[in-house]
Design a protein around this ligand. Structure first.
Ligand SMILES: [Zn+2]
Length: 413
């Protein structure tokens, strides 16, 4: 796939003394002049020109004294509270072999961001730009890109970059890749104007879907899909308990479970969230603040049987009730421990019923592609709780800590 640079327009621009982008563009021009065998059509010229006007003019902006391009981003230089998030200038990323560059339009928060910010889940170098969920338009592509993704495409990113070389990857078990890196964790993320990623991590979004909705999908959708479909193998006749309806994975879990034909019982800590869950198709709802022993309520809803499957992203606070809510032979899959990771457990329940307990763990490229197929079929939607501008990521973190929202918190940039 040839990069869609308009060579005529580029030729008229002055060469820059430094900057990876310009080196890359020069390489792209060379590649085009060597490889282009058919003259461009009128429509190709139009596409190239519109890219140059929108893409290049947008990036010829802030330039430091060394000629290095900078961009606005939100990053951590030291760990701490929301005040540790800095809105300022960072160098624009460079497009590496096989990579694309996105003009980020939206990026979503995850609970993980709080742990990265305060240092609980981060051992890497600083500064680091946060933002694991990213959607935007492709503004540059390396000449090696051959995945069908091209400049101008509207995409979202799978933030898990697998090595494809380790033993697990070679066995087709890339969810267990021993060398994977995550955008927004090990690599700079999407709370910025630009981000780069391997082209194979970019997935086109439906023409009718906005970037803000798209940014709400990747991690929550992938996690819920992986847990319910791949791990727990949800079935149409299952009664399913989905904890925390208002969370990102909870709200995606409701959609996926209903899409698969299951009956959904869900919990939340406030009635307005339960009303929203009902709007999304939940069959039964429970306010866990008003009904802390909610396993009794679940037995009422299931004629005394209990549920076939529990999908949990809460952890310690609900563990005992989750176990008591399961019917004999029931399955539980856990993907988050936001309320704590240590609890006691009645082993006789596990032994006697018997129950099947599963963890989420890594997620594969295959399941991401499966999830995106259902997004294109219109069966799955990103659930946007609140939207913030890029300079207010710290406020979004405070909102995340307060938990008074439904779905995802999305940053527009
Ligand atoms: Zn690997």
């Amino acid at each position: 796939m040839l990069p869609h640079f308009g060579t005529d327009q580029l030729r008229q621009r002055p060469e820059r003394p430094s900057g990876g982008l310009w080196k890359f563009i020069r390489a792209a021009k060379l590649s085009q002049s060597n490889a282009l065998t058919t003259p461009p059509t009128q429509s190709n010229i139009r596409v190239s020109f519109s890219f140059n006007v929108r893409g290049l003019l947008e990036r010829i902006r802030l330039t430091d004294s060394l000629g290095e391009r900078s961009m606005k981003a939100v990053f951590i230089q030291q760990h701490g509270g929301p005040e540790a998030l800095t809105y300022g200038d960072r160098p624009e990323p460079e497009v590496g072999p096989g990579e694309v560059m996105l003009r980020v339009r939206a990026s979503a928060l995850n609970h993980l961001d709080l742990n990265l910010r305060d240092g609980r889940s981060y051992r890497g170098t600083l500064p680091r730009i946060l933002g694991c969920d990213v959607a935007g338009e492709v503004v540059a592509a390396s000449p090696e890109v051959n995945t069908g993704i091209k400049v101008g495409d509207r995409v979202l990113l799978d933030n898990r970059i697998k090595c494809l070389n380790c033993e697990q990857c070679r066995l087709g078990l890339d969810q267990y890749c021993t060398s994977q890196q995550r955008i927004g964790v090990d690599l700079d993320g999407g709370h910025a104007e630009y981000v780069t990623a391997p082209a194979r991590n970019a997935y086109k979004i439906p023409d009718t879907m906005g970037f803000t909705e798209a940014a709400a999908l990747p991690i929550a959708g992938h996690t819920a899909w992986h847990c319910l479909v791949t791990q727990a193998q949800i079935r149409p006749w299952d009664d399913v308990l989905i904890q925390a309806a208002g969370s990102g994975v909870g709200s995606m879990g409701i959609q996926i479970a209903k899409m698969m034909g299951a009956r959904v019982i869900t919990t939340a800590g406030s009635d307005w969230k339960l009303d929203k869950a009902k709007e999304m198709g939940a069959d039964e709802v429970i306010n866990y603040r008003e009904t802390p022993n909610f396993s009794d309520k679940i037995r009422e809803f299931t004629d005394g049987r209990g549920v076939d499957l529990v999908f949990d992203c809460v952890g310690a606070d609900v563990w005992e009730q989750s176990m008591l809510a399961l019917k004999p032979g029931g399955r539980l899959v856990i993907t988050g421990v936001t309320s704590g990771s240590r609890t006691t457990m009645d082993l006789s329940l596990l032994q006697g019923r018997p129950l099947h307990l599963m963890g989420s763990g890594g997620r594969s490229q295959r399941t991401f592609a499966d999830m995106m197929k259902m997004v294109h079929h219109g069966a799955l939607h990103g659930i946007v709780g609140r939207v913030f501008p890029l300079e207010e990521v710290s406020q979004a973190h405070r909102t995340m800590e307060d938990r008074d929202f439904f779905g995802k918190l999305v940053i527009e940039s």
